[in-house]
Design a protein around this ligand. Sequence first.
Ligand code: N1C
Length: 298
Amino acid sequence: MVRESRPCWTQKWRCLLLGLLLVLIVGAVAVLAAVALARGGRPPAELPQWKGRGSTAHLKEILLGRCFAYAGLLRPELRKDCLKIWNAFQNAFISKNPCNITEQDYQPLMALAAHPIPCNKTLLWSKTNELAHRYTKVRGDLLTLEDTLLGYMADGLMWCGSPSSPEMNYQSCPHWLECANNPNSVYWKMASRIFAEAACGVVHVMLNGSISQPFGNSSIFGSVEVHRLNPKRVHLMKVWVIHNLGVQSSDSCSKSSIKELKSILEGRNIGFSCEGDHRAVQLIQCVGNPEEPACRAC
Ligand code: N1C
């Protein structure tokens, strides 16, 4: 009897231990899966594949760094809370469909980051991104959107999320041809609208005379900013049409697209003036190309 009961006990212990081990393994797997799910840790392959480039690496660090640099060093009098601004920024698009972003999503961010812009200082631009910003850095008499907190923080960055994850999508983001209401386009359209609405006095715009349509009515300048200037506050738009150096500059102010801009402005009761190759801008172009014939004259 004793001999028979020993193996039976050993077997029972073995069964018990095996069962316990099984319970532990299943438990550990369940805990790991729960943690992964809570972190949204889905493998990257499950994120949708868009045609545009993905969110900028280290987006949070860059955006926060820029915010602290702007609000802490350049304009400390604005007293902005960069951590709150970052939270409002990410809440606009994280865990959301990147083709379905609305101005409402960005409303809290825009309210937190807004600050006044002095009259007669607004410089708008279209297809002259680099030159317009070189001009404002050198001259310091006009301000672009990138000289405000909203433009300064987001300049050159890309961002988007996904409804299936609380993380940024670093793989890809929708190209504007895939869907117009993507986080990037909605941001720039909204920030540009607010910037234009705040303008007063004389507003300048730098357009590219070396392309067939210096004024494009589907650009942000042509579709948003021109229509959002307040005629009660803005009385004149000074248009600068700039050509690439070395290209025979035609009389760009009489191009049909500039005439279209003139008629939109006059229809809105805003004055219009136009100048080809504004001298101060040309001199900035010449700094990089002193050998160009157009530059030798000076
Ligand atoms: O479409 P655009 O130019 O006419 O937009 C330019 C216009 C400027 O006056 C700015 O106030 O709209 C504002 N703006 C920016 O400040 C800006 N910075 C970076 C609009 N877009 C801006 N970007 C990016 O460049 C953004 O990704 C957007 O789609 C482009 C538009 O450049 P564009 O076609 O030369």
